[in-house]
Design a protein around this ligand. Structure first.
Ligand code: AK5
Length: 272
């Protein structure tokens, strides 16, 4: 079964199922396309909220960026349509749901599980960076899990074409912001995703973000990459984290070296 390739979609084409979660700016429902039973996730965004949040442009850019992304670790945006009051995004349904819920449930992931996820993240980011797309919002809340346990980066609400200087202000947690997006330099490039990958690796293994503190303290610790890695984290994992959480963007370990790092190779036996 596949989503019809014809561009015109409308709400009547879908049978709406259970709510899946509340993404940014909207609710998401399980949905089934009536004609050929294609199961997807339908995200409903209210135009009034998009206008209030001044994010219509961001959404348009996102739809344009997403329409030519095809990668097993990137959640698909198959299409979109709107009625008088709402915009609908037709998304790939991730069969095992939200990664951060799994992380909160188990506290922290095993080194093998964390390494498999980071290897998949590195592959997805390599793909995005080759297309000069930076995600800029890598965090557990924006990662879903597919039916076979593979991770899917989602919610490119902040993705832009690199290099870029941010115009709209940030919202949400500071935990994942790299130093260059905090020290007012405003200019940043793909290497912001390397920093976030380091924060993600730490959070998968420790169960909390490396600079988690009061907002003021968090900023102070981020700009100095002031983190403590607990002893239960293996030396190889700690080595990769320290090579990603480097204040100077150009000194961060590049993605192709992340994929070949001893910690990744140890746990992700290459495909037979
Ligand atoms: C490619 O995925 C997206 C692409 C774009 C946007 C988005 O809202 N952009 C946006 C919205 C407003 C302004 C600017 C950008 C959001 C998503 N993704 C999501 O919202 C994830 C919905 S939750 C879910 N989805 C599938 N399977 C599950 N099991 C679950 Br739970």
């Amino acid at each position: 079964r596949s989503m019809p390739s014809s561009r015109e979609f409308h709400l009547g084409m879908f049978e709406i199922g259970r709510p899946l979660g509340k993404g940014k700016f909207g609710r998401v429902y399980l949905a089934k396309e009536r004609k050929n039973g294609f199961v997807c996730a339908l995200k409903v965004l209210h135009k009034s909220e998009l206008q209030q949040g001044k994010v219509e442009k961001q959404l348009r850019r996102e739809i344009e960026i997403q329409s030519n992304l095809r990668h097993p670790n990137i959640l698909r945006l198959f299409g979109h349509f709107h009625d008088s009051k709402r915009v609908f995004l037709i998304l790939e349904f991730a069969g095992q749901g939200e990664l951060y819920k799994m992380l909160r449930k188990v506290g922290r992931f095993s080194e093998r599980r964390a390494a498999e996820y980071i290897a998949q993240m590195a592959a997805a980011l390599q793909y995005l960076h080759k297309k000069h797309v930076i995600h800029r919002d890598i965090k557990p809340e924006n990662i879903l899990v597919g039916i076979h346990g593979e991770i899917k980066i989602s919610d490119f609400g902040w993705s832009v074409h690199a290099p870029n200087s941010r115009r709209t202000t940030m919202c949400g947690t500071l935990d994942y912001l790299p130093p260059e997006m905090l020290n007012g330099s405003n200019y940043h490039n793909e290497k912001v995703d390397l920093w976030s990958l380091g924060v993600l690796t730490y959070e998968f293994l420790v169960g909390a973000a490396p600079f988690e503190d009061s907002p003021v303290e968090t900023q102070r610790r981020i700009v100095r990459a002031d983190m403590k890695i607990p002893d239960f984290v293996s030396l190889e994992a700690a080595d990769l984290i320290k090579k990603l959480l480097v204040v100077k963007p150009d000194q961060r370990i590049p993605l192709d070296e992340v994929a070949k790092h001893p910690w990744i190779l140890k746990h992700c036996a290459p495909k037979p």
